[in-house]
Design a protein around this ligand. Sequence first.
Ligand SMILES: [Zn+2]
Length: 239
Amino acid sequence: MTQYVEQSIIEHIDKFPKYKSHYYRAQTDRMYLPPDMTLSKMYDLYLSDASSDESRKTVSFASYKRIFCTKFNIQRKKPQKDTCNKCDLLAVKIRDTTSQETKLNLEKERQQHHKEAEDARAMKKQEIALAKTYDHIETLTFDMEKTLPMPRIPTNVVFYKRQLWLYNCDVHPGKTGKGFCYVWVEGKAGTGAQEVGSTLRKHISLNLDSKVKELILWLDSCGSQDRNIKLTLLLFVVL
Ligand SMILES: [Zn+2]
């Protein structure tokens, strides 16, 4: 590969917006690509941008990938997994232990943990059934959704721009099962306890039936967003 071509790959990779990880910003300088971006998509864009430059068309995916891996410290954002910290910790411990006895104990602990999760799911189902049956009972399941980059338009140029993040706090009442999306954009507000609390307050004051005397909340126990003293105090005030 000529230095000219190598430089053109570096410049192309440089054009993509990159983000620091919210969770690991203190530990690492590594940058992340936008959530929908993949290396093969970047490579396709590199080739499709090549209208004025014939030399690009000879670049293989392997060469593009080599430059990406050796000249940059960027990662694709991993898709969110359906496991919690405890699941992850147990998986690593089970993998690494050499003692058969420890392995068995850890397996038991993992089974217990999964059983608790299943029990919670079954309880949630029961409570939603109660909400559907009785006027005075309601359940609200709420969570912050994955942040979405805006706008979503199928034009190549958008891939090179820093996008605006859209936040969505989802509230699902058990009675109707009809979801409510409370959305705002970065810069307006963040995604912490204040914002989740405001959403809940708004939903309760605008959409909760006055016949409801018992409100059951289901949440994912994220300390910074929903399981904290701010939410607890807020509920004392609004209910
Ligand atoms: Zn788990």
